[in-house]
Ligand binder design. Sequence first.
Ligand SMILES: *[C@@H]1O[C@H](CO)[C@@H](O)[C@H](O)[C@H]1NC(C)=O
Ligand SMILES: *[C@@H]1O[C@H](CO)[C@@H](O)[C@H](O)[C@H]1NC(C)=O
Ligand SMILES: *[C@@H]1O[C@H](CO)[C@@H](O)[C@H](O)[C@H]1NC(C)=O
Ligand SMILES: *[C@@H]1O[C@H](CO)[C@@H](O)[C@H](O)[C@H]1NC(C)=O
Ligand SMILES: *[C@@H]1O[C@H](CO)[C@@H](O)[C@H](O)[C@H]1NC(C)=O
Ligand SMILES: *[C@@H]1O[C@H](CO)[C@@H](O)[C@H](O)[C@H]1NC(C)=O
Ligand SMILES: *[C@@H]1O[C@H](CO)[C@@H](O)[C@H](O)[C@H]1NC(C)=O
Length: 746
Amino acid sequence: MVQNLLLLLLLPILLHCFPTLIQGSNQHERKPYIVYMGELPAPRAHITMEQRHHNMLEAAIGNKLLARKSIIHSYGKSFNGFVARLLPHEAEKLQEEENVVSVFPNTYHKLHTTRSWDFLGMPLKVKRNPNIESHIIIGVLDTGIWVDCPSFNDEGFGPPPRRWKGKCVQGGNFTGCNNKVIGAKYFNLDPSGPTIENPSPVDDQGHGTHTSSTAAGSVVRGASLYGIGKGNARGGVPSARIAMYKVCWTIGCSDMDMLAGFDEAIADGVNFISVSIGGPSRDFFSDPIAIGAFHAMKRGVLTSCSAGNDGPRPMSVENVAPWIMTVAASTVDRQFTTQVAFGDGKKIRGLSINTFTPEKNMYPLTSGSLAANLSGDEYGNPSGCDYGTLDKDKVMGRIVYCAGGTGSQDLTIKELGGAGTIVGLEEDEDASYTTVIPGAFVDMYTVGKNIEIYINSTKNPQAVIYKSASTRFPAPYLASFSSRGPQKITPNILKPDLAAPGLDILAAYSKLATLTGYPEDTRFEVFNIVSGTSMACPHAIAAAAYVKSFHPDWSPAAIKSALMTTATPIKGNDNFTELGSGSGQISPLKALHPGLIYDIRMNSYIAFLCKQGYNGTSIGILIGSKSFNCSGVKPAPGTDGINYPTMHIQLLSSSSSISAVFYRTLTNVGYGTSTYKAKVTAPEGLSVNVIPDTLKFTKLHQDLSFKVVLKGPPMSDEKITLSALLEWNDSKHSVRSPIVVFKPTF
Ligand SMILES: *[C@@H]1O[C@H](CO)[C@@H](O)[C@H](O)[C@H]1NC(C)=O
Ligand SMILES: *[C@@H]1O[C@H](CO)[C@@H](O)[C@H](O)[C@H]1NC(C)=O
Ligand SMILES: *[C@@H]1O[C@H](CO)[C@@H](O)[C@H](O)[C@H]1NC(C)=O
Ligand SMILES: *[C@@H]1O[C@H](CO)[C@@H](O)[C@H](O)[C@H]1NC(C)=O
Ligand SMILES: *[C@@H]1O[C@H](CO)[C@@H](O)[C@H](O)[C@H]1NC(C)=O
Ligand SMILES: *[C@@H]1O[C@H](CO)[C@@H](O)[C@H](O)[C@H]1NC(C)=O
Ligand SMILES: *[C@@H]1O[C@H](CO)[C@@H](O)[C@H](O)[C@H]1NC(C)=O
């Protein structure tokens, strides 16, 4: 007994000095797992959440000290769960506990980066509710924030709303909060993770500063990047407040940190959450973003997420839970192009953001193939200017044309002392990327080919690359990089939901990050032009906040419905545009007066989850109801089982005929008395029947139901999708829902 006591007293010391002594070699095999336990339990006297988690862990591991050593973090502000270092069999044991929804290993997610508000029909002087707007707090899960830039100027802002419970964590280069950026926290929970450069909410990557200012930056007149893209920079809701939850570091954004961000943001009192982060789609309750957004939704907080940048490849869409607003990237009406002139007087325009003004009239021009290092022993392709394949003497002082290649040619040419680079791209691009030396991107097979012919057939080929300028561009268009459906998690819900500008967006940036992110770059600016669905996501959340400032009582689903049914359908040039743009590009002003909304209440989400086959016991834990049983709820009817503003079916095979029924309910938010008629536009081979086809509302907030029946023979071989449009019209409002049928190729 005494011996045991002594050992107990000594153990912490022993553990500290010889951590492997007691834990054995398997301590190294322990990996962080998230143990997710749904809704917060009722508080119990004399025992904290941490203690409860510790007791559970101790029972699973069978050792008190090891349990203490293994626990990493307890969630418990907005939902129940913890993170601990576990062995696989311990994780399995915990999974079987009656109050556990899921146990999953911690993984890393990535950021979705690769004159927008005017374009969306929201000029600077648009009608606003500044008093209500200034009570709206947008929480951003991202790389941190650089507060000391003009977009976060808090002039004219009063103190934070009274209900605000967040705080501002100080440290390192972080200069603190103000009345615009009212909260900032950081999460780096994994003790075995890599050491971090800036343990503070400061943004050393630029991404979080860019997304936050897009959502709610103050107005900055005459903002530009070296004169490029000059105009007023501002967020969609310039009077709203920002709270930053830094969950992303150089290595990415871990599940455990993202969950901590959600846990705190919801409890702190944010109204909206913007998450420009993604990863492979998973079962909802093993996906930290889906879990966080679910608990946010339960408390009336809408989460907007980027759809991903893996387009135009089909099946690349991420963040697909129905309670998330999944945002695709569309173009605005301008593009940044870069003019290149050649010694023979010819001129071309490439894409890029080139901030450099040429110092000479002309520079000698060469190509990667001609500048190859003939005695080189590196693998790679010199014509694409791959790293290590070029001869420094043949590059020095010249502009180099690189055909194809594996990327970062600008950096390679800079290192070899080149004067610039023209890069021929194999795939169609529509985004303009910032180059570290003068640069332009062109199509390899057309413009690029001609440049090569000029170089090969001319004695002293020459060229000059001018500073970029903005040019008009047809819009809206779906950005080629924007991820496309179909999705596999809930196949009959169309994702992304809608699109917002994500191409060449000028917004605030961090002084700790170079424009290109390369350490070799020396340009540190407070504005930068960046592309990605990362940039689209905060546009959409700002539009949602704008709608909320006029309709403070609307639910997250109602706000999302208003944005979706008033969006402008967008066109693309590939077979997957309909599966990549949802309802289309947001139109914030129209969303203030949608007429009707497709609302989704908590019990419909539950019926939907039951229909999806989620275990009734798990759903009970999720919603905090011990005795929940799916057999007791009215089954969610129809093909998708949810009151979604779009209608979608994935056929089982290429020879399946089309047959689907969607049950919907519309809530009147327009005028007391109004009669809406259904108008359907459908392609050949798809019959769309709306029953009834007239909805007569007699008062506000009245609900009326209808169903949509799809029928059709198997789709013809050359078709991948069939798209129809349902429009409810009372001559003052047009409530639009795309209907998309997808046929697999097998
Ligand atoms: C960040 O902090 C470091 C160390 O205190 C300092 O050297 C550096 O100048 C700071 N950077 C900026 C941009 O303020
Ligand atoms: C060519 O490649 C060889 C081997 O990698 C290297 O040693 C040499 O410096 C290169 N020559 C030039 C001129 O870049
Ligand atoms: C130009 O010359 C290079 C090197 O000889 C060769 O690889 C390339 O195919 C030529 N390109 C054209 C378009 O003639
Ligand atoms: C669209 O799909 C059809 C049929 O599979 C195919 O022939 C066509 O090339 C595709 N179009 C594009 C732009 O990918
Ligand atoms: C849910 O799963 C648990 C454990 O896996 C099982 O005991 C229970 O019967 C399941 N409940 C339902 C309603 O299927
Ligand atoms: C759920 O309810 C059904 C029907 O009422 C019953 O047969 C079933 O045993 C219940 N399941 C659980 C896990 O309680
Ligand atoms: C639907 O309503 C809009 C007004 O929002 C009107 O401009 C349009 O012509 C109507 N369309 C039809 C088909 O009635």
